[in-house]
Design a protein around this ligand. Sequence first.
Ligand SMILES: Nc1ncnc2c1ncn2[C@@H]1O[C@H](COP(=O)(O)OP(=O)(O)O)[C@@H](O)[C@H]1O
Ligand SMILES: [Mg+2]
Length: 151
Amino acid sequence: MLTLCTAMGIQLGRDPDKTYELTTDNVKKMLAVYMRFKCEIPVLIMGETGCGKTRLIQFMCALQATEAERISSTAFENIVIMKIHGGTTTRDIIEKVTQAEKIAEKNAKDFPTLFTVLFLMRLTLQRLLEQSKRSCVTKHLVVNRLNCTRI
Ligand SMILES: Nc1ncnc2c1ncn2[C@@H]1O[C@H](COP(=O)(O)OP(=O)(O)O)[C@@H](O)[C@H]1O
Ligand SMILES: [Mg+2]
């Protein structure tokens, strides 16, 4: 926890989730993800179902939110999770991106060092290809780009 907090510029304080087992491996992965966030590089996490991808990101976000809340005494929402499935449409994705952009803009204004995560779950390569064949997600995101660089 000390390593993680030091690297993320967080004062060692409240554990945001006591039920989360913080292993050395998890800390290394969080640091790798954090470096990419700092450089505004989108992160793709791959792994079998149940290996801990979602909890890892949720813990990272909770850790940052806890620090922001400690300093500013305001509650922060810094993660938007979207489950991708066969019925997900381009419009669904655009709506979630727009929602995340709004939250990210607010967070950037209220607490500039806080990052906001849009977590797309079950985004398989096959699904991405299917979606882009239907001429949508990737095309839309490339053409319109994200308005807010804080996501
Ligand atoms: N470090 C951890 N400590 C405690 N429970 C964990 C940890 N990582 C994952 N889990 C638990 O394992 C299960 C699967 O984790 P999850 O993050 O949903 O996996 P994935 O997103 O890779 O499918 C969940 O019940 C989650 O709460
Ligand atoms: Mg998951």
